[in-house]
Design a protein around this ligand. Structure first.
Ligand SMILES: *Cc1c(COP(=O)(O)O)cnc(C)c1O
Length: 968
C-alpha cells in the first residue's frame, strides 16, 4: 500500500460519505470552492524538484544510502557537544516511544501528569546542580538561552538601569556570537572581556561568565561575581551540568542565573541539536523567567498535582509587552536528560564525571610528559595543547585512529573527553600527538607508564577551592530507579497517565497534530545521523549536506520562495530570523526608519513577541466582522505610518481557520507602501500542493516542521522553524554561528538537524501529488467536522463559500452565557471521553479551535462529534435549569477512577454518566490521573520542585498540602 494511504485517515468510501454530508460532489470541487482562485493562479502548483513518491521501503533504502555518506567517528571536539551514552532504556522508552514523542505541550495538566513529572525531574536536577532556586522546563539551545539570560538580567536589575553587559570572551564561540547578535538587535551594549583587568569601568546591568572556558579552563568565577554584585550588576554563569557534580554550583558562587546545555545527559549529538538548554535563577526572578515552568498545585481532591505555572503569562507570550518569544522549547530532550539523572542518581553522575576527568587528566599527564605545553592545568574534561605548526598533522593522525579532535588554530589542538571514551581512546590520542610510550617499550617502562597514568588524576586534580562540597539530587526520585526493570516501569507509569496521539486525536487548532509515522522517525537514531558532531570536517557529513540540500530545495519548491534556512529551531525563531531579514533589508536600502510591523489582533502570540525582540514596533490591525483583516483599517494604518511601515505579519489561512479572499490585496497594499509581507506559515497544512505563499504575495515565511511536516511535538519540542525568503532577502538569511559575525539565530548552523530526517522521509514518501492530497483531505476533515458540529456549536467564521480551511472555531459563547459552563469546562469534560481538548481561547476567547488534520479517519472524527454532541446535551441541561452549573458533570470533570470508586457519592449525576457517557467508552477507557487542578492556587504559591513523597501518601493527611508551602 502506498504510504499516502497510511498517512491519510479517511478511506475512499468514507470520503464519499463525508462529501455528501458537507454537500459537495467531489473533493476537487470542495477544495476549489474553499481555496480562493486568486492564490492559485496555476491549475495546480507545480513542484519542480520534488521527486515522485517512494514507498516506505524505498524511502528507507534511499535515506540509508544518504546516511552512509556520513562518517561517524569518536567525537572529541567538545565546544558544547559531548559524546554521551544514551541508556537504551531511555532511547527505546522515551525517544522512540510514541507515548512520549507524540504528546502535546502540557497546557491541559490533568492529562499530562506523566510528562509534567518528567519535566519536574529535569527542573529539580538543574536546580540542585546549579545551586539555584528555580529552573525552567528547557530552553532552545545554550547560546540563545545565554542571550535570554542577559535580557532577563537587563529587565530584572533594579539598581542599574541601562548600562551594558560584560560578556566573558572565554564563552563558546557560538554563545558569544548569538548573544552579541541578540543584543545588537535591541541596541544593547555588550563588552567582551576576559576580566583579567577586573570589571570594565562602566555601569553594568549584568555580567555573563564562563565557568569553563571554550578551551577547557576551569575558571574561578567567584571573584568577578563578587565584584559584579558590589557594582550592582546581576551575574549569569554558563556552565556544564556534568562538571557541576564535581565543581561548585554557580548558586554557591553568587550567581543569580545559570545557563547551559543538558545534552551530555544522555542526548545524542544529532549534528548540533535538538538539545535541551537549561536556565535556573535565584528566588525573586522566577516571574520574569522565559519559557515554561512546571509547578505544583492541588487537584479537586486536595492532592498535589503538577501543572505549568504562570501559564496565562506565557500563553500569549505577552504580545507587544513580550520579553521572550519562546513557545516550542525542547521538552522531549529535557525529559531524556531528567530521566538520565533519575537513572544514574547523584553517585552515578559523579562517577561518570570522575571517569571523564580522570581520563582527561591521564591525557594531560601523557602530553605533559612528552614535553607538550598545555594551555591550562585546571580543567574538567577538555585539554588544550600547543603544537606549533602541528595542529593539522595531529588531527590527521587522530582521524587515522577514527577520532575527531578540535582544531583551535594551526598551533593549537583541543581534546574533549566524554562519557563513552575509554583508556584506549586516550592512548590513541596520545599516539596522534606522538606522545605515547613506544609500542616496543619493555615491561618495566610499561609499568612506569601505568603508574604515571594512575598518578595523573592527582597531578591534575581539580584544586580544593574549585571542588564541590555540598550534596545534590537528594530527592528520593533520584534514588529510586536503579534497575532497568524499575526504570522501564517508571517510564511506563508516567506515560500511562498521559494522553498523546497514540491514544486519541489531538484536535488542536493551529498545532497540526498529524501522524508522526514510524518509518519517518526510524532514521533519527541511526549513528550515521545521531552520532555526528556539528563541527566535523565537511567530508564526514556529506550525508547531512545531501539531506539538508534536498530539504531546502523541496521546501523552496513547496513554498515558492527562493531560499530556505533550516537554522531556526522553533517557529518563533523562524519569525525572529525573518523579521531581522526584513529589518536589515530596509536598513541596507537606507530605510532605517521602517520599524513598524502591522499585526492583526488575532495573530499568534509569538508574532508580536518576535517583532519586539527584533526591535520593531507593533501596531495592531483590526479584524472585520467575518474575521478577516479589515482593509479600511489596514489602509488607515498604512496612511498613518507611511514610510515607517516595515511590513505586515499575517497568517494564511488566517488563525480564524479561513481562506481570506483578499489576501492578495492585503499583500499588494503593503508592498505599495514599501513594506514587506511576513506570511506566518504555521497553517501551511492547508496549502501544501495547492498554493505557494512565495507566489501569492509573501516575501518571507517560517514553516513549522513540527506541525505541517510531521516532526512530533514531543510534549513541547523539539521543533524546526525554517525561514523561507524571496530572492531579495536571501543575503539576510541566518549566518553560521561559529563564524565571525552576529547573524545567527541558533547555536548550530542547522539548528535541530537531528530531527530533519523525519521531514525528509515524509516528503519522500508523499511525493508532490500525495502532499496535495493531504492538504485536500485536511480541508475535507475540517469541513466535515464543521458541518457536523455546527448544529451544536456554531462555526464562528467561514470563508466566502461558507467553507472553512483546515480548522474551525466552535463558538461556545452563547451556550456559556446561558449555562455558565465555560469552554474550559468542556475541555476538562472531553478528558472523560478520552479526548485531548482543542485549542482553547485562541484566537478568540470563549471558543474552541478544532483542527483534525488529514490523518484522522472518519471513525475518530465521528467519535469526537459524538462526544461534543453529548457535551452539548449536558450543557443544555444546565442552561435549561435542570442542574446547577457548579453541580454539573461538566464543572466537576474530569473524573478520576478514585473519585468514582469512592464509597460515598453525593453528586447530582450518576457515576455511570460521569465515566461512561457514551457506550464506546466501556470498551476502552482512559482515566485521568488527577481531578481538576486549581490553577490560581498554583500561581499564588509557586512551587517548582518535586514535592516530597509524603505529599502523595494518602495515609498522611497533612501530606496533602505539604507540596504547597509558600515559596514565592
Ligand atoms: C505554532 C505557531 C507559531 C509558533 O511556533 P513555535 O514553534 O511554537 O515557536 C507561530 N504562529 C502560529 C500561527 C502558530 O500556530
Amino acid at each position: 500500500m502506498p504510504f499516502l494511504d497510511r498517512h491519510i485517515g479517511p478511506r475512499p468510501d468514507d470520503v464519499a460519505a463525508m462529501l455528501e454530508a458537507i454537500g459537495h460532489p467531489s473533493l476537487t470541487e470542495l477544495v476549489d470552492a474553499a481555496v480562493p482562485a486568486s492564490i492559485t493562479p496555476h491549475e495546480q502548483a507545480e513542484f519542480r524538484g520534488l521527486p515522485r513518491a517512494l514507498s516506505e521501503g524505498e524511502a528507507l533504502e534511499r535515506i540509508r544510502r544518504i546516511a552512509a555518506r556520513n562518517r561517524p567517528a569518536v567525537q572529541m571536539i567538545g565546544q558544547g557537544y559531548h559524546e554521551t551514552a544514551t541508556p537504551a532504556v531511555l532511547r527505546r522508552n522515551i525517544l522512540e516511544s510514541p507515548g512520549w514523542y507524540t504528546s502535546y505541550t502540557p497546557y491541559q495538566p490533568e492529562i499530562s501528569q506523566g510528562r509534567l513529572e518528567a519535566l519536574l525531574n529535569f527542573q529539580n536536577a538543574i536546580m540542585d546542580l546549579t545551586g539555584l532556586d528555580i529552573a525552567n522546563a528547557s530552553m532552545l539551545d545554550e547560546a540563545t538561552c545565554a542571550a535570554e539570560a542577559v535580557l532577563l538580567m537587563h529587565r530584572s536589575n533594579r539598581k542599574v538601569k541601562g548600562g551594558a553587559v560584560a560578556v566573558d570572551s572565554r564563552l563558546l564561540p557560538q554563545t558569544l556570537n548569538v548573544v552579541r547578535g541578540r543584543l545588537a538587535a535591541l541596541d544593547l551594549e555588550a563588552v567582551v572581556t576576559d576580566f583579567s583587568g577586573g570589571l570594565p569601568e562602566q555601569p553594568l546591568f549584568g555580567v555573563l561568565l564562563a565557568q569553563i572556558g571554550a578551551d577547557g579552563e576551569l575558571i574561578d568565577v567567584a571573584p568577578v561575581a563578587e565584584a559584579a554584585r558590589e557594582a550592582g550588576a546581576l551575574v549569569t554563569v554558563a556552565t556544564d551540568p556534568l562538571a557541576l557534580t564535581l565543581i561548585p554550583s554557580p548558586g554557591s558562587l553568587g550567581a543569580d542565573v545559570a545557563v547551559g546545555s543538558s545534552q551530555r545527559f544522555g542526548v545524542p549529538l544529532f549534528y548540533g541539536g535538538p538539545h535541551a538548554a537549561f536556565i535556573a535563577v535565584r528566588q525573586g526572578m522566577e516571574r520574569s523567567l522565559p519559557g515554561r515552568l512546571v509547578g505544583v498545585s492541588t487537584d479537586s481532591s486536595g492532592r498535589p498535582a503538577y501543572r505549568l505555572a504562570l501559564q496565562t503569562r506565557e500563553q500569549h507570550i505577552r504580545r507587544e509587552k513580550a520579553t521572550s518569544n519562546i513557545c516550542t522549547a525542547q521538552a522531549l530532550l529535557a525529559v531524556v536528560a531528567g530521566a538520565y539523572a533519575v537513572y544514574h542518581g547523584p553517585e552515578g553522575l559523579r562517577r561518570i564525571a570522575e571517569d571523564v576527568h580522570a581520563r582527561a587528566a591521564r591525557l594531560a599527564a601523557g602530553l605533559a610528559d612528552a614535553g607538550l605545553e598545555l594551555l591550562h592545568e585546571r580543567f574538567f574534561d577538555t585539554v588544550t595543547v600547543r603544537v606549533p605548526g602541528g595542529a593539522d598533522r595531529v588531527l590527521a593522525r587522530a582521524l587515522e585512529e577514527g577520532i575527531n579532535l578540535r582544531r583551535v588554530d594551526a598551533d593549537t589542538v583541543g581534546v574533549s573527553i566524554g562519557e563513552p571514551h575509554t583508556d584506549e581512546h586516550v592512548a590513541a590520542v596520545l599516539r596522534a600527538f606522538e606522545a605515547a610510550p613506544a609500542a616496543d617499550d619493555d615491561a618495566h617502562t610499561g609499568d612506569t607508564a601505568a603508574q604515571a597514568a594512575d598518578a595523573a588524576p592527582e597531578r591534575f586534580a581539580i584544586p580544593a577551592e574549585l571542588r564541590r562540597e555540598d550534596e545534590y539530587l537528594s530527592h528520593p526520585i533520584f534514588h529510586s530507579h536503579r534497575s532497568e526493570t524499575s526504570m522501564m516501569r517508571y517510564l511506563r507509569e508516567l506515560s500511562d497517565k498521559d494522553l498523546a496521539l497514540d491514544r486519541t486525536m489531538i484536535p488542536l487548532g493551529s498545532c497540526t497534530m498529524k501522524l508522526n509515522a514510524a518509518a519517518e522517525l526510524e532514521p533519527i537514531s541511526w549513528p550515521e545521523f545521531a552520532g555526528i558532531h556539528p563541527l566535523v570536517p565537511a567530508d564526514q557529513a556529506e550525508g547531512w549536506a545531501e539531506l539538508i540540500g534536498d530539504l531546502e530545495g523541496w521546501l523552496s519548491a513547496i513554498t515558492g520562495y527562493a531560499a530556505v534556512s533550516l537554522q531556526p529551531n522553533a517557529g518563533s525563531q523562524g519569525e525572529y530570523a525573518g523579521l531581522l531579514a526584513i529589518r536589515d533589508y530596509h536598513r541596507d536600502r537606507g530605510d532605517e526608519q521602517r520599524r513598524i510591523v502591522l499585526i492583526p489582533a488575532s495573530a499568534h502570540g509569538t508574532n508580536a513577541a518576535s517583532a519586539v525582540l527584533a526591535a520593531l514596533k507593533v501596531v495592531a490591525v483590526a479584524t472585520a466582522e467575518d474575521g478577516s483583516i479589515l482593509l479600511e483599517d489596514l489602509a488607515a494604518k498604512i496612511e498613518k505610518y507611511g514610510e515607517e511601515v516595515a511590513g505586515i505579519m499575517i497568517t494564511y489561512p488566517s488563525t480564524h481557520g479561513v481562506f481570506e479572499g483578499d489576501v492578495a490585496e492585503v499583500c499588494r497594499m503593503v508592498h505599495e507602501a514599501g513594506g514587506q509581507v511576513y506570511l506566518d506559515g504555521a497553517n501551511l497544512n492547508a496549502l501544501v500542493g495547492l498554493a505557494r505563499p512565495g507566489e501569492f504575495g509573501g516575501d518571507v515565511s517560517h514553516l513549522n516542521l513540527h506541525k505541517t511536516f510531521c516532526i512530533p511535538h514531543g510534549g513541547g519540542g523539539p521543533g524546526v522553524g525554517p525561514v523561507a525568503v524571496g530572492e531579495h532577502l536571501r543575503p539576510y538569511l541566518p549566518a553560521d554561528p561559529v563564524a565571525e559575525g552576529t547573524g545567527a539565530v541558533s547555536q548550530a548552523m542547522f539548528g535541530s538537524a537531528g530531527v530533519l530526517p523525519i521531514t525528509w522521509m515524509y516528503l519522500a514518501m508523499m511525493g508532490p501529488e500525495g502532499l496535495a492530497q493531504a492538504s485536500r483531505t485536511a480541508i475535507l476533515n475540517a469541513n466535515y467536522l464543521a458541518t457536523r458540529l455546527d448544529p451544536y456549536f456554531p462555526i464562528l467564521y467561514t470563508g466566502p463559500s461558507g467553507l472553512v480551511a483546515h480548522e474551525c472555531i466552535l463558538d461556545l459563547r452563547p451556550l456559556t452565557k446561558a449555562s455558565g459552563i465555560t469552554a474550559e469546562d468542556v475541555c476538562k469534560r472531553l478528558m472523560d471521553f478520552g479526548f485531548h481538548a482543542p485549542t482553547l481561547a485562541f484566537p478568540v476567547p470563549g471558543t474552541l479551535m478544532v483542527e483534525p488534520t488529514e490523518s484522522e479517519d472518519l471513525a475518530e472524527l465521528d467519535r469526537f462529534v459524538e462526544a461534543m454532541a453529548a457535551i452539548h446535551a449536558e450543557m443544555t441541561e444546565v442552561s435549561e435549569g435542570r442542574v446547577a452549573a457548579e453541580e454539573s458533570v461538566l464543572r466537576r470533570a474530569p473524573h478520576t477512577a478514585e473519585v468514582l470508586a469512592a464509597d460515598e457519592w453525593d453528586r447530582a449525576y450518576p457515576r455511570s454518566q460521569a465515566a461512561y457517557p457514551v457506550p464506546g467508552l466501556r470498551r476502552a477507557k482512559y482515566w485521568p490521573a488527577v481531578g481538576r487542578i486549581d490553577g490560581t492556587a498554583g500561581d499564588r504559591n509557586l512551587v517548582c520542585e518535586c514535592p516530597p513523597l509524603s505529599a502523595f501518601d494518602i495515609e498522611n493527611e497533612a501530606g496533602a498540602t505539604a507540596g504547597s508551602e509558600d515559596r514565592a
